[in-house]
Design a protein around this ligand. Sequence first.
Ligand code: CDP
Length: 211
Amino acid sequence: MIIAVDGPVAAGKGTLARRLAAALDYAYLDTGSIYRAVAAKILAAGGDAENPETATAAARALEPIDLERDDLRLETVSQAASKVAAIPSVRAALLDFQRDFADRPPGRRNGAVLDGRDIGTVVCPEANVKFFLTASVEARAARRHKELIERGEESIYARVLQDLRERDARDSGRATAPLRAAEDAVRLDTSSMDADQAFAVAMAEIARRRD
Ligand code: CDP
């Protein structure tokens, strides 16, 4: 069983995907952390995230331990991640790892939940259930701002809103695997839903598909 959860920045993908995986005892992969890890390694080495050769070499050299770095959620890394993610050879280099995870979930689990931008369209077009989460840009910026403050980081709402718009534009506008809903995705607008409500709606949908 493969469950795909896609959507724009801070739409609630990670929270929903993690909770679904825990409830169903499936493996969970945050595919954003893969692009973030590539970007973080380039930035740490003083490299240019927009250089295709640099970024492709970093993607090919990526190891699972890199996904544990503690700088992945920094806003500088978020922006650089969406730059490396626009480079086709970077995406190609990371595809097998994601597909293997979905097809043979670690821990011999019976299923996998993957969240990202292109899981339902490119990585796992055969996924059994696909969700596409959306929310207004203001709701998403407010969530990300709150998250940053709670983590003890400095955050200015207007800046978060601007960064989010830039990243959404880059993710939606790129030629390879742009952010878009798969035709068979279930769309969930989480603007006025809390995490519990989104989880309940998604679980009901999964149960309906299994019957
Ligand atoms: O958590 P948030 O929504 O801020 O972002 P993320 O899911 O961690 O993804 C970080 C960046 O990686 C995104 O802005 C995308 O550019 C890229 N990404 C992608 O291109 N494809 C994916 N499947 C996942 C992430």
